[in-house]
Ligand binder design. Structure first.
Ligand SMILES: Cc1cc2nc3c(=O)[nH]c(=O)nc-3n(C[C@H](O)[C@H](O)[C@H](O)COP(=O)(O)OP(=O)(O)OC[C@H]3O[C@@H](n4cnc5c(N)ncnc54)[C@H](O)[C@@H]3O)c2cc1C
Length: 467
C-alpha cells in the first residue's frame, strides 16, 4: 500500500462547483487535490448546460433557415439536418472545455486524480485509480458530488426511456418524442427536438408548464408550443410503458382520470434531479442532511468540522453559477478570508422559445414578503431592436418590481428572444442595490434589447416614453 496523500484541501467532484473551488484554492497557494471519477467538467460541461445549449443553438438555426422566407431568404431546397454531425460538433465543444479546465487546474497547481472517492471517515477516502488504490487524508474536504437525473419507478432509464444525458447523444432523431416533465430541462430539449422536426408531446403532472416561473412569464412559451404543434397534457400522470420499437406506447392518466396511450419512439424523462448522496460513503462522514441534500450553513460548512459541501449536493437552485460561486467562496474561507454566501439573487434562465429570465422577486413574491410594490413592464412589441430581429411578435417583455416607498429594485424578469444575455445586467442591478431611477438614468445603447429595462423602470415610475 502506497503512502496516503495528505493535501491541505481535497475536493471531490470536477463540476463547476468543484473545479472552480480547486482553481481558487490553488490560486490562494493551498495544497489542493481534486478527485473526479469521469472527465473534468461535471454535469454542466459534459452533459448539461453547454451540450444542451449547443443542440438548442443548432436546432434554432435549422428552424430559422426553414422559416426565413418572410425576411427574403429562400433556399433552393428545404434545409436538412445531420444529427450525427451536430452531435460531433457538440462533443468537440465539450472536449475543448474539458481540456480548458485541465489547463486552468494545472496553471493553479492543483493536483488531479481520476477515480471514484469513497469515504471511510470524514477526512479519509480511497480512490480506485487505474494504477491501484490511493488513500487520501485531508485537512479540509470540499464535497462537490453534484446531482443525477431523477428516475421514475414506472419508467426506469434504459432502452427507449432516456434521461437528458442520453437525449444529448442520440444517433437518430426520434420521429415521435414523449417528454415527461415540463420543467426547464424537458422543455428546452423538447423544443429543440420540435424545431428539428420531431413530433413532441409533453406530459406534465402539474396544472402548468415551468411551474417554478410565474404564469405571465411562461405564457409566450405556451403560445410557441401551441403554434408549433407541441401537444402539452397537463395534470397527467405517467403510469408506465407498453411495447417497444415502433409499437412503443407511453401510458398515462389524463386530467379527467382516464387511461391514455401515447404512441412514441422515445420517452425523455425529465422530472428533476436529485443530489448525488449515495454509493461513496457519505454515511461515514457524520454530516447532517436537510431532506435529500447535505445540510450546510451560509458558509457551506457541514455539521462536521472542516468538511464543506457546495453546488447541487446542498440544495436548490441546482444551477452551475451557484455551485461555482459557492466553490470560490469556500476556497477563500479556507485561506482565511471572511466570506459568506448571501447573494441578493441567483438569476435563473430557461433556454426555451422564447427564453425566460428570473432574477430576484416576482410581483407576487414581493407582495408575499410584505412589500408594497411598483411594477413596470415594457413589451418587446414596442422595441425597434426586437422588431429588427423578428422577435417583437413572440409576446416578450421585461418587467421590473420595486419597493413602492423607496424604489429599491426587488426583482427583474423577462421573456423573449435573447433575454438570457440580459440576465447579467438584471443580477448586477439587484446586487448593486439599484433604485428605479438608477436604471432609468443609465444610458443604454440604441438599438438594443437592453433598452427594454430602463423603459420598464420608466413605466414603473409612471412616465414610460415608448409605450
Ligand atoms: C440538461 C441539463 C441542462 C442544464 N442547463 C443548465 C443551465 O443552462 N444553467 C445552469 O446554471 N445549470 C444547468 N444545469 C444544471 C447544472 O449542470 C448543475 O447545476 C451543475 O453542473 C452543478 O454543479 P456541481 O459542481 O454541483 O455538480 P456536477 O456538475 O454534477 O459535478 C459533480 C461531479 O462530481 C463527480 N463525482 C460525484 N461523486 C464522485 C465521487 N465519489 N468521486 C469522484 N467524483 C465524483 C461527478 O462525476 C461529477 O463530474 C443543467 C443540467 C442538465 C442536466
Amino acid at each position: 500500500m502506497t503512502k496516503p496523500l495528505t493535501p491541505k484541501v481535497l475536493i471531490v467532484g470536477g463540476g463547476p462547483g468543484g473545479y472552480v473551488a480547486a482553481i481558487r484554492a490553488g490560486q490562494l497557494g493551498l495544497d489542493t487535490l481534486l478527485v473526479e471519477e469521469d472527465r473534468l467538467g461535471g454535469t454542466c460541461l459534459l452533459r448539461g448546460c453547454i451540450p444542451s445549449k449547443a443542440i438548442i443553438h443548432a436546432a434554432g438555426k435549422f428552424h430559422e433557415l426553414a422559416h426565413a422566407a418572410g425576411i427574403g431568404i429562400t433556399l433552393p431546397q428545404a434545409p436538412t439536418f445531420d444529427l450525427s454531425k451536430a452531435i460531433s460538433w457538440k462533443d468537440g465543444i465539450t472536449a475543448r472545455l474539458n481540456s480548458g479546465v485541465t489547463g486552468l487546474l494545472a496553471k493553479a497547481k492543483v493536483r488531479t486524480l481520476t477515480g471514484r472517492a469513497v469515504f471511510s471517515d470524514a477526512k479519509t477516502c480511497t480512490v480506485a485509480t487505474k494504477e491501484g488504490p490511493v488513500t487520501i487524508q485531508a485537512e479540509h474536504v470540499i464535497l462537490a458530488n453534484g446531482s443525477i437525473p431523477a428516475e421514475l419507478k414506472s419508467l426506469p432509464f434504459g432502452g427507449d426511456v432516456l434521461s437528458s444525458t442520453q437525449a444529448l447523444s442520440l444517433s437518430e432523431l426520434p420521429k415521435r418524442l414523449a417528454v415527461v416533465g415540463a420543467g426547464y430541462i424537458g422543455l428546452e430539449l423538447g423544443i429543440a427536438f420540435a424545431k428539428l422536426g420531431s413530433q413532441v408531446t409533453v406530459i406534465e403532472a402539474q396544472d402548468r408548464i415551468l411551474p417554478l416561473y410565474d404564469a405571465e412569464l411562461t405564457r409566450p412559451v405556451e403560445r410557441w408550443l401551441k403554434k408549433n404543434g407541441v401537444a402539452v397534457h397537463l395534470k397527467s400522470l405517467t403510469t408506465g410503458l407498453e411495447g417497444q420499437g415502433p409499437s412503443l406506447k407511453l401510458l398515462y392518466k389524463s386530467a379527467d382520470g382516464t387511461d391514455q396511450q401515447l404512441p412514441c419512439d422515445k420517452i425523455l424523462v425529465t422530472v428533476g434531479r436529485r443530489p448525488n448522496t449515495q454509493g461513496w460513503g457519505l454515511e461515514n462522514m457524520a454530516v447532517d442532511m436537510a431532506g435529500p441534500f447535505v445540510k450546510v450553513d451560509d458558509q457551506c460548512r457541514t455539521a462536521m468540522r472542516n468538511v464543506w459541501a457546495i453546488g447541487d449536493l446542498v440544495g436548490e437552485p441546482m444551477l452551475a453559477h451557484k455551485a461555482s460561486k459557492q466553490g470560490e467562496m469556500v476556497a477563500e474561507i479556507i485561506a482565511g478570508h471572511k466570506r459568506s454566501f448571501d447573494p441578493v439573487c441567483i438569476p435563473a434562465v430557461c433556454f426555451t422559445e422564447p427564453e425566460i429570465v428570473s432574477a430576484g422577486l416576482s410581483p407576487e413574491q414581493a407582495k408575499a414578503a410584505g412589500y408594497e410594490v411598483k411594477v413596470g413592464q415594457f413589451p418587446y412589441a414596442a422595441s425597434g431592436r426586437a422588431m429588427s430581429m423578428e422577435a417583437a411578435g413572440d409576446g416578450g417583455f421585461v418587467r421590473v418590481v420595486a419597493r413602492a416607498d423607496n424604489h429599491l429594485v426587488l426583482g427583474i424578469q423577462a421573456v423573449g428572444a435573447n433575454v438570457s444575455e440580459l440576465s447579467g445586467e438584471f443580477a448586477h442591478a439587484l446586487e448593486m442595490g439599484a433604485r428605479l431611477e438608477d436604471i432609468a438614468g443609465t444610458i443604454h445603447a440604441h438599438p438594443t434589447l437592453s433598452e427594454a429595462l430602463p423603459e420598464a423602470t420608466l413605466a414603473a415610475l409612471g412616465h414610460a416614453l415608448h409605450i
